[in-house]
Design a protein around this ligand. Structure first.
Ligand SMILES: NC(=O)c1ccc[n+]([C@@H]2O[C@H](COP(=O)([O-])OP(=O)(O)OC[C@H]3O[C@@H](n4cnc5c(N)ncnc54)[C@H](O)[C@@H]3O)[C@@H](O)[C@H]2O)c1
Length: 323
């Protein structure tokens, strides 16, 4: 049994990690400033989680939170391209200053390893598909720059201080507990939420924009593997966490509409600033070095996700639908 600290624990991926770790009998601590996260995401495991409401930039708080921790799963961030385009400074403070503060505290507390939620947005308009980790990053948005900067910080803390760090470049993660009702929500969550409300979602661009959509269980397994992988293959390195397959927004729309019996055709709007057209992961490195396999497939994951939103609506107590 190990002691984990999850940052951003009240968010979508953080709370999914917490559920998995509690199920496995680990000690789970978590911090979150509840800016986009919601404690309802932890409601059923709240008794098993040592939670503190805290900002990542809180120097003494984060220092104390890192004491006695074996592994940090660093998910806390303002996780949105459009939000960073609108307000780059606030994103910068959370994403870069918060991460640097956490790294200093982790180093001083001699944490065994930190696994970082990096982002495929680092590739930006790098034209070659699929994306490989060694490609030159070409970030388009402030968010992408921030996520990439933190990869470099993680790597430099390994080289300069020996703090073991692994960067997992998530491609589009989706699944239960993803916030659904904000303009900054992920596209699958937004489409499902709108269709359930009888509203027609807008697809930004021509609908041929494609993404490597990855069900959250795969991201959870990648984090757990990254904690335990041998240091010589994992630390100071970057790994793509996708599926190796992509789907267009038109396909996503059709799949969700089919599941919900929603018949209207999508509205189309102008492409969003800072968005890239296509994104597809080469997952060879993570498969070989971490033993990562995206066992949960897109359509199966989508079914579970839509079913979860429907159940939550039925219960009328969902955090994501009330936010
Ligand atoms: N969801 C995806 O598809 C995706 C893709 C690439 C990378 N990521 C990264 O994965 C991580 C988790 O994303 P998510 O989708 O679960 O988002 P989320 O918004 O659901 O979770 C992020 C959590 O971090 C918290 N947070 C934000 N700023 C904070 C701060 N300064 N101090 C403390 N807590 C703070 C929020 O309240 C929230 O609970 C993020 O780092 C994000 O950049 C996500």
């Amino acid at each position: 049994m190990a002691r984990y600290l999850i940052t951003g624990i009240a968010g979508f991926i953080g709370s999914s990690l917490a559920h998995a770790l509690v199920d496995q009998g680990h000690e789970v601590c978590g911090i979150d400033n509840l800016s986009t996260g919601n404690l309802d995401n932890l409601a059923d495991i709240r008794h098993a989680v040592d939670f503190q409401e805290m900002d990542l930039q809180d120097v003494s708080g984060v220092q104390a939170a890192c004491e006695g921790i074996d592994y940090i799963l660093h998910q806390g961030a303002l996780a949105s391209v459009p939000r960073s385009v609108k307000d780059p400074l606030t994103s910068h403070e959370s994403n870069i200053n918060g991460t640097l503060n956490l790294l200093i505290a982790a180093r001083d507390a001699k944490v065994r390893r930190i696994v970082y939620a990096a982002s495929s947005s680092a590739y930006g308009d790098q034209p070659t598909q699929p994306k490989q980790e060694d490609m030159l990053p070409r970030p388009l948005s402030p968010y992408a720059v921030q996520k990439l900067t933190c990869e470099y910080y993680i790597q430099s803390f390994y080289r300069a201080y020996g703090l073991e760090g692994v960067c997992l470049r998530y491609f589009n993660i989706f699944g239960p507990r993803q916030a659904a009702d904000s303009p900054y929500s992920g596209v699958i969550a937004q489409f499902t939420f709108k269709m359930m409300a009888g509203e027609t979602p807008t697809i930004f661009g021509d609908g041929l924009t494609s993404r490597d959509f990855n069900y959250v269980d795969n991201a959870v397994s990648a984090n757990l593997l990254a904690c335990l992988a041998p240091s010589d293959v994992a630390t100071g390195r970057v790994f793509n966490i996708g599926t190796g397959k992509s789907h267009t927004l038109n396909e996503v729309y059709a799949a969700i509409a089919g599941q919900l019996g929603f018949t209207p055709k999508p509205n189309y709007g102008p492409p969003r600033e800072g968005d890239i057209k296509h994104s597809l992961a080469d997952i060879t490195r993570a498969s070989k070095e971490l033993g990562y396999q995206p066992r949960a497939h897109f359509h199966e994951g989508l079914k579970k996700t839509v079913a979860w939103y429907l159940e939550e609506k039925e219960k009328n107590q969902t955090p994501v639908l009330k936010r």
